[in-house]
Design a protein around this ligand. Structure first.
Ligand code: BMA
Length: 354
């Protein structure tokens, strides 16, 4: 009873009423229209830090390399669930809110991922020491109550992501990513298919009950290379629960393997997306520390361009690990080629679209 009341109060407090009812739909339509024009470039944590700087307001490695912001910016909620003031990569949540709002205001598109801590052990999202974690947060599990509080903290924060008029900002929300790998506590070997679906549904139903209508739900497993419809469907949350399909696809191994797997996966996902009426994106991608100067235009893009991809999101540029360009890197020239490619969209190409 107490819990129902809490949910209802949260719902009433957070819901911004019918005016927001079509926000997800609006974002979906915008993404569909933009996908006809080209493929948007995106970057995680773009305005927080880069290769040679951190926390300076107004800076962005992408902006400094090509003169424009990426069309899509990604941010991560990891740590909000335990009430931390900074996320797992030391970005203050206050700053995340500011930059997310700023990117929305300048006409860009924003996406949120979430690397929550391990609710059973207290470890990080990568703590895979127990295969009982997902089970523990489901109804009847030992961490259920705690996890409800985690969900509430996520909801409370997301509810603050509003524009200057108080209108919720449309957000591509991408939880439980890379779930076909086994490096996160919600991964393939860490829970059953049923448990995974229950985990997804619990989060989504909670957010829906809170009245959010500005979240466009994205499902993004990791590069696989061997998708079959039967296996993909085992953990796919369902057509009524997902609007954008994606994949996190980094090149960790050989170029040849990457190309083969990426092409196979995008072919599969593209067909699946078409059949099920979904959008498609490369929700995370890159090659760590860019050892290959023309990787974007020679390796990744020629494959991505074969399919109806809405955007690609390069992962963060941090000192020890970067996936995007920076003016002095060898790959900067290649990034300029992306920038000059009419088929690839940056902020200025999309900021007048609604
Ligand atoms: C990973 C790495 C980590 C980081 C995490 C969340 O892929 O970049 O260093 O903590 O993403 O951003």
């Amino acid at each position: 009873m107490k819990k129902t009341l809490l949910m209802m109060t949260t719902a009433l407090t957070l819901a911004s009423g019918l005016q927001a009812a079509t926000m997800e739909k609006q974002l979906e339509t915008r993404l569909r229209n933009l996908a006809k024009q080209g493929i948007m470039a995106g970057h995680q944590d773009d305005t927080f830090y880069g290769l040679t700087w951190e926390w300076e307001v107004g800076r962005s490695d992408i902006l400094e390399t090509c003169g424009d912001y990426p069309a899509v910016m990604g941010f991560d909620l990891g740590g909000i669930e335990v009430g931390d003031a900074k996320n797992l990569d030391s970005v203050p949540f206050v700053r995340i809110r500011e930059e997310l709002i700023a990117h929305h205001r300048r006409g860009g598109i924003v996406t949120l991922s979430w690397h929550p801590r391990n609710p059973l052990t207290g470890g990080t999202a990568w703590d895979v020491s127990s295969d009982q974690v997902v089970k523990s947060v489901l109804p009847g599990g030992s961490q259920y109550e705690k996890y409800q509080l985690w969900l509430q903290r996520v909801a409370m924060y997301v509810a603050t992501l509003r524009d200057i008029d108080g209108k919720p900002i449309p957000i591509i929300f991408r939880p439980w990513h890379e779930n076909n790998g086994s490096w996160f506590w919600w991964g393939q070997k860490l829970c059953t298919d049923e448990e995974f679906r229950a985990l997804w549904n619990m989060l989504q139903d909670y957010m829906n009950a809170c009245g959010f209508t500005n979240l466009l739900w994205s499902y993004s497993p990791n590069l696989d290379g061997n998708w079959t419809e039967e296996r993909f469907l085992k953990r796919y949350p369902g057509d009524d629960r997902v609007t954008l399909l994606g994949e996190d696809a980094y090149q960790w191994g050989t170029e040849a393997d990457y190309k083969t797997q990426l092409d196979a996966d995008l072919k599969f996902l593209n067909a699946f997306a078409k059949k099920h009426g979904k959008l498609l994106a490369m929700t995370e991608c890159g090659m760590k520390n860019m050892p290959v100067a023309d990787w974007w235009t020679r390796v990744m893009m020629p494959i991505v361009k074969r399919y109806d991809v809405s955007y690609f999101l390069l992962w963060r540029n941090y000192k020890e690990e970067y996936f995007g360009p920076s003016p002095k890197l060898d790959c900067a020239a290649d990034f300029m080629r992306l920038y000059n490619d009419k088929q690839i969209l940056f902020l200025k190409n999309i900021n007048n679209t609604k």
